[in-house]
Design a protein around this ligand. Structure first.
Ligand SMILES: [Zn+2]
Length: 431
């Protein structure tokens, strides 16, 4: 399977200039290839293949200004945009996409019309080397001072995955004004040790982001969305303020605005990554082999959309959470099975009778008299549905364990011990 290492590049002033030159040349070639393809497309001719483009652009000045490994990869990248365009078009015609895809566009600033660079793709590890401290790559011929001169850049960050190195991309983040290297590595599939089958299930929601039920465990784990949404809405307000400030000044966007958007998304992602890691820890501790994960293709009929309809407007965030949980579980060698959560929150997980929902988070079973946390009940139902077990297989529900996001980690909502409480109030007084 493929994984990506991301490290930051720390170029000095002169190296930054060189990166900008290579980036601009890549954009120039990208735009030339895109122009060729667009012309063919609008004339109703077939868009040339990658091989055809390679031989056609062999003598092109933009291609010759780049090392071959970068030039070929830029052409491939430009052609790939068309592959995905046609793939999306097929989906749209089948009715699987709500809006028609747009024809691949140029790398340019739409307001100023100026060419912008985004990415320097490098084809194969024969022309670059990346280790814990530096990245070295081939320079274009005219930028070499001596024979065999290479660009050696300092890097910062940890290479998380080890395996066969594949392509590498140097990406420029215009908001942070920083360069990053994204390296793809082919990692061997994790071995699944022969263990007795053990199941777990995960239900996703707006008020409780994730509810986890593990087979043989009578307490479910709930990840409260409260703090996460609060933080998200705080930054949404900041964005709105900046937007109205820009409106008054007659402007559309600013670097600060883009920074705020990035910050909001990253803070959310931080919470989600930590959540997924916590789930993986629990699954590993209980030696789970299969996780039933709620599928988001069909939105649950009684989906709770959270404060300010958070989920309706931010469904992408939900998909991100789901994908993160799936990725981290797969990495831990756990099989992930998507399940359609039909009616999982309307039945009692012990006796299977329909439940009453006096308030959103509660499910009351009048048949057996149990009072559930609605999401814990749903998770348990997904577990039963997936493992094909009869209702009543699990013991009496205990109070689920609620975890809250404290902006650093997910913590259990236990009362702090007396000593820490005193220490906390003491420090507050000192402050
Ligand atoms: Zn019941």
């Amino acid at each position: 399977m493929k994984r990506t290492n991301v490290v930051r590049i720390l170029p000095d002033k002169q190296q930054e200039r060189v990166l900008e030159i290579i980036g601009d040349r890549s954009a120039s070639l990208y735009n030339a290839v895109t122009y060729r393809c667009r012309q063919a497309f609008f004339k109703g001719e077939p868009v040339p293949s990658y091989e055809a483009l390679c031989s056609e652009f062999k003598e092109h000045p933009a291609y010759k200004a780049l090392p071959a490994h970068i030039g070929q990869e830029v052409i491939k990248k430009a052609r790939k945009a068309w592959y995905s365009y046609f793939a999306c078009l097929r989906l749209y015609r089948k009715g699987d996409m709500s809006r028609p895809p747009r024809v691949p566009r140029y790398w340019k600033d739409r307001r100023t019309g100026k060419r912008i660079f985004r990415v320097i793709p490098i084809k194969a590890p024969t022309s670059y080397s990346l280790d814990a401290r530096c990245l070295s790559l081939t320079l274009p011929r005219d930028l070499r001072k001596r024979q065999g001169d290479r660009l050696v850049l300092r890097t910062k960050g940890v290479l998380r995955f080890h395996g066969r190195p594949k392509t590498l991309e140097l990406k420029y983040d215009p908001v942070k004004k920083r360069w990053y290297a994204h390296q793809v590595v082919e990692v061997p599939e994790p071995k699944r040790p022969a263990r007795p089958e053990k199941y777990a299930a995960c239900d996703l929601g707006a008020r409780v982001l994730a509810a986890l039920a593990v087979e043989g465990l009578d307490r479910q784990l709930l990840f409260s969305a409260r703090e996460v949404i609060k933080d998200f809405l705080y930054w949404t307000n900041q964005i709105a303020e900046e937007q109205s400030r820009l409106n008054r000044a007659g402007r559309e966007t600013s670097r600060k605005l883009r920074r705020l958007y990035q910050l909001r998304a990253r803070r959310l992602r931080h919470a989600f990554v930590a959540l997924a890691a916590e789930i993986a820890r629990v699954l590993k501790r209980h030696r789970v082999t299969t996780l039933f994960l709620e599928d988001l293709t069909g939105i649950r009929e009684d989906m709770d959309f959270g404060p300010k309809n958070w989920l309706v407007h931010n469904f992408w965030a939900f998909r991100m959470l789901r994908n993160l949980i799936e990725a981290v579980s797969t990495r831990a060698g756990i099989k992930v099975v998507p399940v359609e959560p039909r009616g999982t929150s309307s039945r009692c997980a012990v006796c299977g009778h329909p439940v009453r929902r006096p308030v959103r988070h509660k499910a009351v079973c009048e048949e057996c008299g149990r009072v559930w946390h609605a999401d814990a009940n749903a998770a348990l139902n997904i577990l039963l549905q997936g493992s094909l077990k009869e209702h009543g297989a699990e013991a009496t529900p205990q109070r689920p364990r609620v975890l809250r996001w404290n902006r650093h980690r997910w913590e259990s909502r236990r009362k702090p011990a007396a000593g820490t409480l005193k220490a906390a109030s003491g420090s507050r007084m000192a402050a």
